[in-house]
Ligand binder design. Structure first.
Ligand SMILES: [Zn+2]
Length: 663
């Protein structure tokens, strides 16, 4: 729905536990307290990334994969967001508010670790809410600030969970944002790190005075530099400036830590001069874990584009940092970047471009090259103009996904669950009959009740549908005159204002002598669709008679008419039934022919293929899907965004099974 920012509902403790166990594999030797320091000694002289030669195994299977890069790699995931050479974080412990001004001056966000004892100043929750609202990270630091390595398990769990609860409650913070922890006094043990890993994505250590590697050997004991002038001189950190230089030159992560004062002597501002990604601790840790759990596959390079798939395995609800992708194609050679069909901004040099992708599991990436005539599918287009100079809707990427036709009288959790469980993204909603005057007959209250139902369902399940209303009009039953069109357009405008994500036009058939009026109607509708909404159209099937001889079947559209409609509509749903063919072979051949014609046609819109669940043999969902999949596989165009089930009220459980295995 168009007005929703659907919050994710997570039971974080369980979720994080699963993820951390599933992803870390950090089962290294059990060091005593102060591991960070010990490790510093052990590690001296070891290779980059903490890969010690021979002596220690960190159990991090990802390290080598990302540590070694061929210089001419075409596509890669950058070590740090934005393609920076290294990373830097500034964290402030013990509920102190130090460094805010300096961070603000530089546009940096810090990490503030809160304990909840009287000794510290968490009591001022209004202030912390505003610091959090400003974009700084808030992290946990236990309730009582005791050294954790000597606590029994129950006490440690209480320290962690009561501190979490107090922060979450008082800040009104979603669980997944409280992902970063700092060990009081830097004290931890293997056992306490394992337990804290059930509550947090990462934990920052202390008293080790070291840079962290780009692949940390232990996310639950991240290395940091001590606070300057805070402890006896023996614990003082190395030179902050020099460490920032090293982070940049060695591709590492420098963590500055402050307490009650921000005696940085200008070191924070110095970070701005370096090629370092400055971000809160939790963000950087999430980025690294995502990078380690992602890979680039299916790289295909053609004259017109470079495509690949970003595969990732972490739960995107928690791991929601954008990964930066680098492609070795010069800035001037790249015309556009599409991620899952959506235009994505990018920056670049003469040597390469970079852009950000928030990994969702499997993301389709395409870099469209410029200066090359576009064949067929027009992967990207400039704003289009019709011959009269009117600017029509520019092609923008639509989210890939499947659809289903439903009606606004849908009710019952189970039916909506079915749609969600089958990852149906687009809902084409029959909102009732259009009357002869062009107005939709269904009372507004009923439409609003439907939207309320969908809104609460989406919120409850953290799921976002794209919902487009339609009302079928058969041109043999209606006089689609000027008055009719005016009322029709006004009604759709009202529907968008109520919360639909656009409109879906279902006028059929478009008779030959009505084509011009129909295009005019679409242009008028396009004009009332605000930026970001979708103008969808239910089409005729594709005629292969050619443009000169269009045949006499007005339920078919010629390719040239398809092209004109595609200049105005964002999405065209192509019928995959009512072919009246006798055999399965004929039916499948016909569907494949439809896909082939649209693949080669040079269209400016996206297509969704409609598959039947209400017809008899041979027009079954099974036959339709297999033919569609076969042909789309041969013409990989991002313009085919999915298939649409017709309809939700005729689909049976066996049909859903076919849908599941065929999509
Ligand atoms: Zn502390």
């Amino acid at each position: 729905m168009n007005h929703l920012a659907v919050p994710f509902k997570l039971v974080l403790v369980g979720l994080v536990a699963g993820l951390v166990v599933g992803s870390s594999g950090h089962t290294r030797a059990n060091f005593s307290t102060g591991e960070c320091t010990n490790a510093a000694i052990t590690m001296s002289g070891s290779g980059d990334d903490g890969r010690a030669e021979g002596r220690l195994s960190y159990g991090d299977g990802h390290t080598s994969q990302h540590a070694v890069k061929a210089p001419d790699v075409l596509i890669e995931i950058c070590d740090w967001q934005g393609g920076a050479a290294g990373a830097a974080s500034v964290s402030i412990d013990d509920s102190c508010t130090s460094c805010l001004d300096i961070l603000r001056e530089n546009g940096f966000k810090g990490t503030y670790y809160l304990s909840c004892t009287d000794q510290f100043s968490t009591a001022d929750w209004d202030m912390w809410r505003s610091i959090y609202a400003e974009g700084h990270e808030i992290g946990g630091h236990t309730t009582s600030h005791k050294s954790c390595h000597i606590l029994d398990e129950a006490t440690l769990r209480w320290e962690l969970s009561s501190n979490r609860k107090e922060i979450l409650t008082n800040l009104g913070m979603p669980e997944e944002e409280l992902s970063s922890f700092a060990w009081p006094s830097g004290d931890s043990s293997a056992a306490s790190r394992a337990i804290a890993g059930e509550y947090y994505v990462c934990a920052r250590g202390y008293h080790c005075n070291e840079l962290e590697d780009k692949n940390p050997r232990d996310f639950m004991n991240l290395r940091s530099l001590n606070t300057p002038h805070y402890h006896p001189a023996v614990y003082d950190p190395p030179d902050y400036f020099q460490k920032a230089d090293e982070a940049e030159s060695l591709g590492k992560w420098v963590n500055y830590v402050f307490h009650n004062k921000c005696q940085d002597d200008g070191a924070i501002s110095y970070l701005a001069e370096k090629d370092l990604w400055v971000a809160p601790v939790g963000k950087v840790a999430k980025y690294i874990k995502e990078r380690q759990s992602s890979g680039i596959t299916d790289i295909v390079r053609t004259d017109s584009q470079i495509s690949c798939v970003l595969q990732s395995s972490l739960d995107p609800r928690l791991y929601n940092e954008e990964l930066t992708i680098k492609v070795r194609v010069g800035r001037l050679d790249a015309e556009a970047v599409l991620v899952n069909g959506n235009l994505t901004s990018f920056t670049g040099t003469t040597d390469h471009i970079t852009f950000n992708v928030q990994p969702s599991g499997s993301d389709d990436i395409r870099v469209v090259k410029s200066g090359i005539p576009r064949a067929g599918g027009n992967d990207v287009s400039e704003p289009r103009q019709d011959p009269n100079g009117t600017i029509l809707r520019p092609l923008r990427g639509l989210e890939k996904g499947n659809g289903a036709v439903i009606n606004i009288w849908i009710s019952g959790q189970a039916r909506l669950d079915n749609l969600r469980n089958h990852r149906i993204k687009y809902l084409f909603v029959d909102v009732g009959d259009t009357q002869r005057n062009g107005k939709i007959g269904t009372p507004k209250e009923q439409i609003v009740a439907f939207l309320r139902l969908m809104e609460s369902y989406e919120k409850q399940h953290g799921y976002d549908f794209i919902i487009l209303p339609y009302s079928e009009i058969n041109t043999y039953n209606y006089d689609v005159n000027h008055q009719f069109r005016k009322a029709f357009i006004a009604d759709y405008k009202r529907l968008i204002s109520l919360g639909f994500d656009g409109v879906y036009v279902d006028i059929e058939p478009v008779r030959r002598d009505q084509e011009k009026d129909y295009l005019e109607l679409l242009k008028n509708l396009s004009a009332i669709c605000p930026e970001g909404t979708i103008l969808g159209v239910y089409a005729g099937s594709v005629s292969d008679y050619g443009d000169d001889n269009e045949g006499d079947n007005e339920w078919q559209w010629s390719l040239s008419f398809y092209r004109k409609v595609s200049d105005v509509a964002d999405l065209i749903c192509v019928p995959g039934y009512d072919f009246n063919l006798p055999s399965k072979a004929d039916y499948e051949a016909s569907i494949r022919n439809q896909v082939r014609l649209l693949s080669d046609g040079g269209f400016n819109s996206h297509f969704m293929f409609t598959v039947p669940t209400h017809k008899r043999q041979p027009e079954t969902i099974e036959n339709a899907l297999s033919a569609y999949n076969l042909e789309v596989g041969r013409h990989p165009r991002h313009q085919f965004i999915g298939v649409c089930v017709f309809a939700e009220w005729t689909i049976t459980p066996p049909d859903w099974d076919v849908f599941r295995s065929g999509t």
